[in-house]
Design a protein around this ligand. Structure first.
Ligand code: PMP
Length: 316
């Protein structure tokens, strides 16, 4: 799908997967003018295909486009393009319970843009790939390391939008943590260097009794769609949910910790290491609240629970 007047996208077309042509002067190549999204399609036992809140991804893309000075497809154009792409790739969707089709929308500045001024030409495309269940044998706890030197986002920066450059910037810290045996890093805010933010590609939650807390977004955290959904589901299950500033002290005192995101869905955190000190949660791995919320979310996403909040889009 293309925009060549700096404002409007014409409806796109389906093409076989392959390389695309770009001007060497494209905004995305020279200045990182690009955004990504991520969502999943699930097949059901009765042969339907389900999307989970695709309009939310469309809206997040539009907010990101505004921040990155790009034109973006309307939410309706976005959702239609996702539906058309998924239906055209139906044969790649894993059977129920075996995984999902990962959908990757990309929006980029594709026109020539040698000087640093927003161009008029933008390209929106979607590609898909089947993915297995993130955890083969049910939920599996991850080990996080609190990153104290590198920061993911700064106030006024682009941490709250899904721009491509955010991800290149976290690879180094993530690679170093993985080399030490951790699953990923947990970032702190860049000003006070003490408030918890998020993991490289997921949001953080802390459980203490009946209270579930998550860092307030405050412009430096990506507002995850899974995060937003878990907040609503948890409130529906009568938990008290707080969006607030949280520090490592709250981690020390937590009953359970988990992370959320399209890829991981909802994953228990087994331990967190801060300046070499390891905090572990539970002995058997998955806390009761984490398990309850995981079940509520995944049953909904797979069409096994009543969709009382109208989050599911059926493709057939
Ligand atoms: N934070 C970051 C930095 C991410 O890349 C993602 C994945 N999109 C998330 C959080 C979780 O967002 P969502 O639940 O929308 O996948």
């Amino acid at each position: 799908m293309k925009c060549d007047d700096g404002e409007n996208f014409t409806n796109g077309e389906l093409q076989r997967f392959g390389n695309i042509e770009l001007s060497p002067c494209a905004g995305v190549l020279n200045y990182g003018q690009g955004l990504l999204e991520g969502l999943k399609a699930y097949k059901t036992e009765d042969g339907n295909i389900l999307l989970f809140r695709p309009g939310e991804n469309g809206m997040r893309l539009r907010l990101g486009a505004e921040r990155m000075c790009m034109a973006s497809p309307s939410v309706d154009q976005f959702v239609k393009a996702v539906k058309d792409t998924v239906l055209a790739n139906e044969k790649w969707i894993p059977p129920p319970g075996k995984g999902s089709l990962y959908i990757r929308p990309l929006l980029m500045g594709s026109g020539s843009m040698l000087s640093l001024a927003p161009g008029l030409e933008y390209t929106f495309l979607i590609y898909v790939t089947p993915v297995g269940n993130y955890f083969k044998d049910g939920l599996s706890p991850i080990d996080l390391m609190v990153e104290t030197e590198t920061h993911r986002a700064t106030p006024g920066g682009t941490g709250c939008v899904k721009t491509i450059g955010n991800y290149a910037a976290v690879m180094k810290a993530q690679r170093a943590a993985k080399a030490k045996g951790y699953s990923d890093v947990l970032y702190l805010d860049s000003v006070h260097k003490k408030y918890l933010e998020e993991v490289s590609s997921c949001n953080l939650f802390i459980v203490k009794g009946n209270v579930i807390s998550t860092p307030a977004t405050e412009g430096t955290i990506l507002p995850g769609i899974t995060r937003k959904s878990i907040i609503a589901l948890a409130r529906g299950l009568k938990f008290q949910v707080e969006e607030q500033r949280l520090t490592v002290d709250e981690l020390l005192d937590a009953d359970e910790v988990f992370v959320t995101g399209t890829a991981v869905v909802l994953s228990p955190v087994g331990s967190i290491t801060y300046f070499g000190k390891r905090i572990s949660y539970g002995t058997s791995g998955v806390g009761a609240v984490t398990q309850q919320l995981y079940t509520a979310l995944t049953r909904l996403q797979m069409g096994l629970a009543e969709d009382s909040m109208d989050w599911i889009v059926k493709l057939k």
